[in-house]
Structures are given as structure tokens and as C-alpha cells.
Design a protein around this ligand. Sequence first.
Ligand code: UDP
Length: 236
Amino acid sequence: MKKLEQMYEGKAKKVFRTDDPERFIVEYKDDATAFNGQKKGTILGKGAINNRMTNMLMQVLEKQGVPTHFVEELSERETVVKKVTIVPLEVIVRNISAGSFAQRYGVEEGIVFDEPTIEFSYKNDDLGDPLMNQYHALALKLATKEEIDTIKSMALKVNAVLKEFFLGVGIKLVDFKLEFGRTTDGTVILADEISPDTCRLWDKETNEKLDKDRFRRDLGNVEGAYQEVMRRLMGE
Ligand code: UDP
């Protein structure tokens, strides 16, 4: 399969059209941004790690019955995915308080929830991805009621599978962001990426941060943390 013209360039990925109308090629970059693009940098080797890690986790999820956009890894940084139109919602699942949740509600990080939470933000850079509830998403016709129900149950399933999977390699899955897409026939499937850019991952024993918070908060050894997650996942 060949890359044709670029369809889209985001903060961390480029998407290309291919000779197959139902397939796109995604290319992962080393560029990193935080705080709605205000902080910019490069995390060396991030593109390759996020590509491999996303593909591995998407395959784990497929096996557990979660439909995803993954088709085939092409190279270190490139993957063939099913063509979808992205539902403009960031779907955030949390198991432990951190980040914007801790800030918004004035609580410390690290509170373990009895049940996972789900929240939505409107995927809109100009507005700074504002928090929204499912009724707002419905009012703005971002998704149908049925799609929102599907997205919520898929997000919880993803959480159950990944929480267990990460725990097996000594990592707590604190929170993460998912994006979903509609295929040509209207089926909702999991899309985008699952990586240390989009998840909070803490070491099970020490709570050391092994994710993009090292970049956001200038904690140092960003590359090392990404590599460590990869190393554990690959059982190296
Ligand atoms: N997240 C993301 N992209 C976003 C916003 C959040 O991937 O645009 C991820 C983030 O890495 C974390 C989770 O979603 O794992 C929850 O993020 P939070 O709402 O706490 O926002 P943040 O503190 O990152 O601003």
C-alpha cells in the first residue's frame, strides 16, 4: 500500500490517503505539545514507540472484542488503519484522580475511585477542548444517542482490558483519552492512539510517572519513561 497525499497533520501524527479508498496511513511524529499547544517540544523516539505501543494495544483490544481501526503496521512509524471520520469527542476514562480532575475538584492526585469515571470534551482546538456532557454532545449533534451509548460501553470495556493488561507489567492505568470514528458503513470503532501521550501511567510500586506528564511538568527523563513502558509491554 502506498502513501498518497496528506489528508491531515495533527500535533503528533500525519494522516495520508492511500490507493485503497477504505484505508489511511498514519505516520507518528516525535513532536510533543501540551496545554492546548502552548508548550512545544520533541521527544526523541516517541513516534516509533507510540506507533508500536498503539498497535500492540489495539490488537489486544480486538482480541477482547473491541473493534478498532488497526489494520497493519507498515514500518517503525507508519500504520495502515481503516478510514473513519472521527467523532469530535475526546472520551476520558479515569481510575485514579490526576490532572484536570484533581485541579477542577480541588483534590489531590492519587485517589483511587471505586468505579471508573467517563467524561467528554468537545474536540475543538479553537475552544480549547471544553468539557461537555452527553446531552450537550447530543444537542450539538456530535453523535447520536445510540453512538454515545456505544462509545461509553466501549470505553469501559477498553478500560477493563487495559487496566488489567498494564497491571500485569507493573503499571497503574490512572486515566486515558480515547477517540472513536465512524467507518463508511457507520459502524463506531476505536481510532486514534493509545500511548504515554494519551494515558497516565504510574509505576505500580513507586507511583513514578511514566507518561507525558514528565514533559508537561518538566520532570526530566521523558524519553526514558516512554522507553520503559515499551520495554515492559514487550517483555524485554
Ligand atoms: N488527554 C489527551 N489529550 C488531551 C487531553 C487529555 O490525551 O487533549 C489525556 C491525558 O494524557 C490524560 C487524560 O487524557 O491521560 C486525562 O487528562 P486531563 O483531563 O487530566 O487533562 P490534562 O491534565 O492532561 O490537561
